[in-house]
Design a protein around this ligand. Structure first.
Ligand SMILES: NC(=O)c1ccc[n+]([C@@H]2O[C@H](COP(=O)([O-])OP(=O)(O)OC[C@H]3O[C@@H](n4cnc5c(N)ncnc54)[C@H](OP(=O)(O)O)[C@@H]3O)[C@@H](O)[C@H]2O)c1
Length: 423
């Protein structure tokens, strides 16, 4: 939070606009966001709202909307940005619950009566005005936070040391705010996990050259219909890899069939339900059906579920394989049979995007730019989204409810706040 400061000057003027909060899904609509206005108060002050929390707890219990004003005179190296879209990720909820690996710093910078932190971590922002000492940004640019912990659920932010604190989207043409708002966490995580633990591309080349394989190297993942999972499927396909993808069974079998088809359409080689995957016969299927009797073993597993599911991912790996754990959606500890550690020489790693992104801002920028290029070329499909319209008069309850619902399973899309023209 240290790079973001909001100057509080006077209470915001109340507005008489009709509430327009709506939940829509799954396809986003974008054009209205491209003509930008921001809400101006008396003497050029920008009227802003933020969804904040002053203590840890369930989102419904601790989140509240805070109204404040931002002075038109910007500090030298600062910019004023307006939020166009900001997603609600599972980690954002864990942060509010106080269970996440990084704790936000609570401050009084936006004038809350108790020190507070602004929720949200990623988003697409548009530069509204620029301090005289800022060299790399201009009005109208689209930007993303360079580091984590930005606090994105707010209509505006005054960002200090903006040249360092923000990454500029070098060419926003052909992109939507929703794509930019959701690129930096899930697709980047999938990208790094597929590249940084096992060199699957090298493995593909060597296996092919030696005649052991006729296709790309395999990876296996659970939570395959999550934002990260869908990104991994697509990147894997683009890089010539093959994937086994585990999704939870649906009560509605037609919906389950459609989900499997959808993921195959994105590039998944195999999609199975957790029920099929947890069956004792599954490891034999892996050997016989997918990996040519084990000659073409799976060397990378991605786990965001935990519990027994994680143990089964490990069982499917070949000798010396690596399992990367990056989430715990089941809230169960990773359960591993001891024999696997001893006899199969498996490697177990954790992955945390925040650590990587905060250490390597340049790497983050490059990864984001590469994925945005794929989006522009229509080689990378958006994750299904539920847009939550945030207009000036949108009720606090609507915003809180959207956050609260994020960890409920079987959702039709990722919640994304889309900011209205009157904010
Ligand atoms: N370590 C990192 O740096 C990092 C970075 C990004 C994300 N993550 C983690 O990755 C995971 C996915 O994040 P996301 O933003 O991609 O998620 P998302 O798009 O919001 O999707 C949530 C996923 O979790 C599944 N799920 C929900 N409740 C579950 C349960 N009780 N048991 C098993 N699966 C359940 C959902 O499956 P259904 O459709 O069947 O409900 C869905 O696949 C989260 O744990 C998140 O914290 C970690």
């Amino acid at each position: 939070m240290s790079s973001v400061r909001i100057t509080t000057c006077r209470p915001a003027v109340s507005r008489l606009l009709r509430p327009k909060a709506t939940l829509r899904c799954p396809q986003p609509s974008h054009p209205p966001l491209l003509q930008v206005r921001h809400k101006s108060g008396p003497y050029g002050y920008t009227q802003a709202k933020a969804l904040v929390f002053s203590k840890y707890g369930e989102p419904n219990d601790v989140l509240y909307v805070h109204k404040h004003s931002i002075s038109p005179s910007l500090p030298n190296k600062s910019v004023l940005v307006r939020t166009l879209a900001a997603p609600i990720n599972p980690a954002d909820v864990n942060t509010i619950q106080g269970t996440y690996g990084a704790k936000p710093s609570f401050s009084s910078l936006i004038g809350t009566s108790e020190p507070s932190a602004v929720g949200g971590n990623e988003g697409c922002f548009e530069v509204v005005s620029v301090g005289s000492g800022v060299t790399g940004l201009k009005k109208g640019d689209w930007v993303l936070p360079a580091k984590t912990g930005f606090g994105s659920w707010r209509t505006h932010a005054l960002v200090e040391d903006a040249d360092k604190a923000l990454l500029k989207v070098s060419d926003k043409g052909g992109l939507t705010p929703l794509q930019v708002a959701t690129v930096s966490v899930n697709p980047c995580s999938a990208y790094r996990m597929l590249k940084d633990f096992v060199d699957l591309i090298d493995l593909s080349v060597k296996s092919y050259a030696s005649g052991r394989s006729t296709g790309g190297a395999w990876f296996i993942q659970n939570g395959a219909n999550s934002g990260v999972g869908r990104a991994a499927i697509q990147l894997g396909k683009l890089w010539g890899l093959r994937s086994i993808n585990v999704v939870r069974s649906r009560e509605d079998k037609e919906a389950e069939r459609k989900l499997k088809e959808e993921l195959k359409g994105l590039g998944a080689t195999v999609v199975v339900t957790e029920e099929e995957f947890m069956d004792r016969s599954f490891t034999a299927r892996v050997k016989e059906e997918f990996t040519d009797g084990g000659k073409d073993p799976i060397m990378l597993g991605l786990n965001c579920v935990g519990g027994k599911n994680a143990g089964q991912i490990a069982r499917c790996l070949g000798e010396g394989g690596t399992m990367v754990t990056y989430g715990a959606m089941s809230k169960q500890p990773v359960m591993l049979p001891t024999g696997l550690l001893i006899f199969k020489d498996l490697r177990f790693h954790g992955f945390w995007l925040s650590r990587w992104a905060n250490r390597d801002t340049e790497g983050k920028k490059k990864t984001i730019e590469e994925i945005l290029s794929l989006m522009k070329e229509k080689k990378f499909a958006d994750v299904p989204m539920q847009e939550i319209k945030w207009d000036w008069e949108t009720k606090e309850e609507v915003l809180k409810e959207a956050v609260q619902g994020t960890l409920q399973g079987f959702r039709s899309g990722k919640g994304v706040f889309v900011f209205g023209e009157d904010t």
